[in-house]
Design a protein. Structure first.
Ligand SMILES: Cc1cc2nc3c(=O)[nH]c(=O)nc-3n(C[C@H](O)[C@H](O)[C@H](O)COP(=O)(O)OP(=O)(O)OC[C@H]3O[C@@H](n4cnc5c(N)ncnc54)[C@H](O)[C@@H]3O)c2cc1C
Length: 403
């Protein structure tokens, strides 16, 4: 393994750093999250600010740099993508497309019609996607989903309920798994569709009803999505009928890599240390406390180890290998570190101040540390329950243990 950046990648990194220092500021928005775009989640000004920055990424040609050239991307080498992800993540810059992971499934499994009609809208950021996989009785056990899709002429008629659809009140399109063959074994009767949620005027499409779900800080983060006889043309199918499970797993695999996680938290840690260096609790400088210094050093060491694991995954990908077990280890570590090490460490250091939220005078980091500690409780559930499923994947694909 050689983790040293090439001269070309180093030059690109320097260019990115200069660009970010000029063009990106999170202003007073809370720009951090597992998905940056979800921060200040229900704040329309924050979303607008993110989109303005994303337009600049498009002007630079970086927005879809990782896409194959035939779809308008640059087929950027893995090392360049890694540098890009890390620099953006370190600065909490909103470089990722919300639910943009469906692009991979469309490129790999989609028809020419799907590619022609959906990839350009992702390139110019005009499509806002939501993901409709989870149901009240199908979370980690996703293949138990019950939403029905019944063939009727050129359409599927879809009826059922989804839950936890992040940001679906902003979305105009939905990628959604439905059961089309109730008699087949559960993984084999599922079809993967794209469904319009809003029309051109921003009105909800016929048969669609959203019911808001709020996170523990009161932000509207998800919705339950009810579908009542929604007609979806068959040309909007990704992959083959009843083989949707496999196409949808392509989407989840793109979601689960999360190579930039360590860089993102290292950025938070550096900014946290800068804030704490100017902070006193009970008249004493926070960083003068040796216990605090040890806790911060431990967190940094953990993050560096995670970063090396992520680099290893990228290095294997660059050689054309498929790092299934290694990717699962790296992904699982990223979740464990965030949930069990990183945010609890910061929360412990700021103690009761963590309950002060944005806008409150004494809230460290304008409330972002306390907020993210609270929200880290959900880490590991999103993305299909990675914290629960990661060990299973490692056991089966890494250690060769039976299912
Ligand atoms: C922030 C966030 C965003 C989300 N966004 C979306 C979205 O946009 N679209 C979408 O479709 N869904 C979304 N989800 C839902 C997410 O995919 C589900 O929460 C996840 O699949 C887990 O399902 P569940 O919540 O029903 O928990 P359950 O499956 O009921 O699991 C409950 C508990 O049992 C444990 N468990 C379950 N099965 C196993 C197993 N086999 N081995 C070991 N332990 C197990 C789990 O660890 C968990 O602690 C989101 C969730 C979160 C938290």
């Amino acid at each position: 393994m050689d983790f040293k950046l090439s001269a070309e990648d180093t030059k690109f990194r320097d260019e990115l750093r200069e660009f970010l220092s000029k063009e990106w500021s999170s202003r007073d928005f809370d720009a951090h999250s597992m998905n940056v775009w979800s921060y200040d989640f229900d704040n329309l000004d924050a979303r607008e600010h993110a989109k303005e920055f994303q337009n600049k990424l498009m002007e630079k040609g970086w927005w879809t740099m990782s896409w194959p050239e035939e779809y308008g991307g640059q087929n950027a080498p893995i090392s360049k993508q890694l540098v890009y992800s890390e620099e953006m993540a370190y600065n909490d810059a909103p470089a990722g497309q919300p639910q943009g992971n469906v692009a991979g499934a469309i490129m790999i499994h989609g028809t020419d019609w799907l590619k022609k009609n959906f990839l350009p809208g992702m390139q110019d950021n005009s499509i806002d996607w939501a993901q409709g996989f989870s149901e009240p009785n199908a979370g980690t056990d996703l293949a138990s989903l019950q939403t029905r899709g019944v063939e009727d002429g050129d359409d599927y008629v879809v009826t059922g309920q989804k839950i936890w659809s992040s940001g679906s009140h902003f979305a105009n399109w939905y990628h959604v798994m439905v059961r089309t063959d109730p008699d087949a074994p559960k993984h084999r009767g599922i079809t993967y569709l794209v469904m319009q949620l809003k029309d051109e005027n921003g009105d909800q499409m016929p048969g669609i009803t959203l019911r808001p779900l709020y996170d523990m800080l009161g932000r509207r983060r998800w919705n339950e999505v009810f579908m009542d006889e929604v007609r979806v043309p068959k040309r909007q199918l990704i992959g083959e009928p009843n083989r949707g499970w496999y196409a949808a797993m392509t989407t989840l695999n793109f979601e689960r890599t999360g190579i930039e996680s360590a860089a993102r938290l290292i950025g938070v840690l550096d900014r946290f240390i800068a804030t704490m260096s100017k902070t006193k609790f009970n008249g004493e400088s926070v960083l003068d406390n040796p216990l605090v210094r040890h806790q911060l050093a431990d967190a940094r060491i953990t993050l560096e180890a995670d970063r090396m694991l992520a680099y290893r995954v990228a290095w294997m990908q660059a050689k054309g290998e498929v790092p299934q077990a290694e990717g699962a280890i790296s992904g699982l570590r990223a979740l464990q570190t965030a949930k069990f090490v990183f945010w609890p460490t910061l929360a412990k250091i700021i103690g009761p101040y963590r309950s002060l939220l944005k806008g409150e005078e004494r809230a460290p980091g304008n409330g972002m540390y306390g907020t993210n500690y609270a929200l880290s409780m959900t880490t590991g559930f999103g993305g299909g329950g990675g914290l629960a499923l990661g060990p299973n994947i490692i056991a089966q694909r890494g250690l060769g243990l039976p299912r």
